[in-house]
Design a protein around this ligand. Structure first.
Ligand SMILES: [Zn+2]
Length: 397
């Protein structure tokens, strides 16, 4: 006897009336059964390649407020495309971190989870670590400097599967307090405070990118040394509450040969941090370029008014983190206006370098067209499979 979700008709075996139907959809087949006997059958579904869309906080909070028609229309279209197994809109740890600063956070979180339909990205620090360890292994092996992206850098499981009738709840990140780490400390004030220094500097964009990358490497090392110091001084809490950042170097140490001294192993990591392999890690590369491009904007006269700058850049660190971690793995990314302008600058060229379309409120019509194009690409075989797997799904809109 099976728990039938959708009745298709009489059982082919025991002939019970209206007792045979769909039990569930499982990754690549429809599982069917009978309410009265043991009869079961599976029907295969064709392979899927879903598009990946990242909606940043700007899009989600606007849609959630429900006041702007364009956002609501886009959200409805996204929901429909996701139901048709053409698109996924995964939830990320950054959505959760950022949402917790909101007054109506629990409602917004529910809304974001609902939109993601059970799909989630790995937490940001995990993505950062996956890229670092992969690049480090490639550097050790002597392979040429090239970062080969793969979906398992950012997803805990295969995303190209037919969706089950039962959704798994996502986003248990809040239990991990460590997640809310450096980002919050790096307040926008400290950023705006250095703008005067930026305006006076005469470094080139390329030099600024290198400086950003060096700063990133330095923060991994500093944080690791601080952690080691705590351990050596007998601080038993260090292993429990050290910032996740301090574990990056530790993770890399696990990939060094164990027949050399610990000094040499650490030296390897320091050398790696100055390598092209490190620079080409998507997160490192993109976030360094974004900060260097912001510096360029500031030098060219942007954000001249301090008060306005603080307001305009209030979510900047989160935005950089969202886009640098996840955009390289998406087909499309919806960002706020200033971020989309920043990454469109020729020095960053996000779309070209990582083959991702970047949309914002300024290009809402293009975004709607892109969504429509996904629908148009749907094959007959896919439509037939949808009818088999989800008989209640409305296909004609
Ligand atoms: Zn039966």
């Amino acid at each position: 006897m099976a728990l039938v979700s959708h009745i298709l008709g009489n059982c082919p075996k025991c002939k019970s009336i209206a007792s045979f139907g769909i039990v569930d959809v499982r990754s690549n087949y429809v599982s069917k059964g009978c309410r009265h006997c043991q009869y079961k059958e599976n029907e295969n579904l064709p392979p899927l390649r879903k598009k990946i869309l990242y909606l940043d906080q700007f899009f989600l909070s606007h849609t959630f407020r429900g006041k702007e028609k364009k956002f609501i229309d886009a959200a409805k279209r996204i929901e429909n495309l996701a139901a048709k197994q053409l698109l996924i809109v995964p939830f990320s740890s950054l959505h959760e971190d950022e949402t917790y600063q909101w007054e109506r956070h629990s409602e917004l979180i529910e809304f974001i989870k609902e939109t993601s339909r059970g799909h989630e990205f790995l937490p940001d620090y995990q993505v950062e670590q996956n890229q670092l360890t992969k690049a480090f292994e490639s550097w050790i092996s002597g392979a040429p400097p090239f970062y080969k992206k793969s979906e398992d850098d950012v997803f805990p499981k295969n995303i190209h599967e037919w969706e089950s009738y039962y959704r798994i709840d996502v986003g248990q990140y809040t239990k991990d307090r460590e997640l809310v780490r450096e980002l919050k400390k790096q307040s926008v004030d400290s950023l705006v405070d250095i703008f005067d220094g930026w305006r006076a500097s005469n470094t080139t964009f390329e030099e600024d990118v290198i400086m950003e990358l060096n700063a990133s490497a330095k923060s991994y090392l500093d944080s690791y040394f601080l952690y080691v110091e705590r351990i050596l001084s007998g601080d038993l809490m260090a292993q429990l509450n050290a910032p996740i950042m301090s574990r990056m170097v530790e993770a890399l140490l696990l990939h060094t040969p164990n027949d050399i001294s610990s000094d040499k192993r650490l030296k390897m990591i320091i050398d790696f941090f100055t390598s092209e392999h490190f620079r080409l890690c998507p997160y490192q590369n993109l976030s360094a370029k974004i900060f260097a491009a912001l510096k360029l904007q500031v030098k060219q006269g942007a954000y001249a008014n301090d008060i306005k700058a603080r307001k305009k850049l209030s979510g900047f660190f989160y935005d950089v983190s969202h886009i640098s971690n996840y955009a390289p793995y998406c087909h499309a990314f919806f960002a706020d206006k200033s971020m989309s302008q920043l990454v469109a600058r020729p020095e960053v060229s996000l779309s070209k370098n990582y083959e991702v379309k970047v949309f914002s409120v300024e290009t809402m019509d293009d975004f709607l067209c892109w969504l429509e194009s996904l629908e148009e690409e749907m094959t007959e075989e896919h439509i037939m499979a949808l009818r088999k797997a989800y008989p209640k799904l409305v296909l004609d809109h």
